[in-house]
Design a protein around this ligand. Structure first.
Ligand SMILES: Nc1nc2c(ncn2[C@@H]2O[C@H](COP(=O)(O)OP(=O)(O)O)[C@@H](O)[C@H]2O)c(=O)[nH]1
Ligand SMILES: [Mg+2]
Length: 312
């Protein structure tokens, strides 16, 4: 007889890992119970967030970084978050199909996450997928997110080391992403360094970093890569390692862990309160009716919420 799902996850069984991730994604019965048991078994893997604008080369970089870790004999879990993906969770994204060598490697687990339903929970499900991979003994867990939406920024912030990927000559993007980058980027990558304008982008980033309002004393590192040519990947891995070591030595690491823990509790609370309200009878119809009334200004949204949370 096969062991329990938990035993199989802890033993590193990919099928069990995939099943568990589907359960947390669906918020299936028993998922919370499973996560309670997973939690104490986490904390060994290094969680690396990779974020940046679409087309910056994140997926290419993730592939190369994963291959780098594999060469050192480490097991690598990859979670790609793409809310715009038309695929349901578990499907392999188009750009993942390129990763044929990695996909055949048993030491690599690849999964893409997508939202289901309209109650959110993508960030929560992603963080749980990472925890499952951690409990399954993956040494490195890489989370790729598109650095645009709030959910994605939140997810990136839960990583041990957050890598922001930029490309040369994206001056405007640097401006738009400025606030977010300074806050979350532990390592800044200038990918596509085979293009013009690398030096200028580097100077711009250095200028931005000098005005950084970070709460810890970490000086974010700038790394140049050409992902398609596998250049700079060793430097990136070294920068990630240094950032992680810094946190382990500094008090900042504890503060960061607390902030992540606080966020996770609030996410679960938000989701549970919302689910509790939405689960009661006839709420869906009530919501439709209230939305109509608010839209036509017969009613304000505040009193609509009062109405929804009023217990029958
Ligand atoms: N010139 C150049 N192209 C790159 C580099 N890295 C990635 N690309 C290309 O940029 C495009 C977007 O890459 P992808 O990894 O899918 O970006 P993502 O959307 O950020 O995940 C692809 O056509 C890649 O081949 C690079 O270092 N130099
Ligand atoms: Mg991608």
């Amino acid at each position: 007889m096969k062991g329990s799902l938990l035993d199989r996850i802890v033993a590193g069984d990919s099928i069990a890992v995939a099943r568990a991730i589907s359960q947390v994604e669906d918020n299936a019965e028993g998922a919370a119970e499973l996560m309670k048991q997973i939690f104490p078994r986490t904390g060994r893997g290094l969680i690396i967030g990779i974020t940046g604008a679409p087309g910056a080369g994140k997926s290419t970089l993730v592939d190369k970084l994963a291959a780098h870790y594999r060469k050192a004999g480490e097991r690598v879990g990859i979670v790609a978050v793409d809310p715009s993906s038309p695929f349901s969770g578990g499907a392999i994204l188009g750009d993942r199909i390129r990763m044929q060598t990695l996909a055949l490697d048993k030491g690599v687990f690849i999964r893409s996450m997508a939202t289901r339903g309209n109650l959110g929970g993508l960030a929560r499900a992603t963080v749980e997928a990472v925890a499952i991979l951690d409990a399954a003994g993956f040494d490195k867990i890489i989370v790729e997110t598109v650095g645009v939406g709030q959910d994605e920024i939140e997810i990136a912030k839960t990583a041990d080391v957050c890598v922001v990927v930029l490309v040369p000559g994206m001056g405007d993007d640097v401006q738009t992403m400025k606030a977010g980058i300074m806050e979350i980027g532990d390592v800044l990558v200038i990918n596509k360094a085979d293009r013009d304008g690398v030096l200028r982008t580097e100077k711009e980033l250095e200028a931005l970093l000098s005005m950084s309002g970070r709460t810890d004393d970490w000086q974010p590192l700038i790394v140049k890569t050409v992902a398609i040519e596998n250049k700079g990947i060793g430097d990136l891995a070294a920068a990630i390692r240094r950032s992680h070591q810094f946190q382990q030595n500094a008090d900042g690491g504890t503060e960061r862990k607390r902030a992540i823990a606080r966020w996770r509790i609030l996410e679960l609370l938000r989701e549970r309160l919302l689910a509790d309200t939405m689960n009661s009878d006839s709420v869906a119809q009530k919501l439709d009716r209230l939305a109509e009334q608010v839209a036509s200004k017969q009613r304000d949204p505040y009193s609509a919420v009062d109405e929804l949370i009023k217990r029958q």
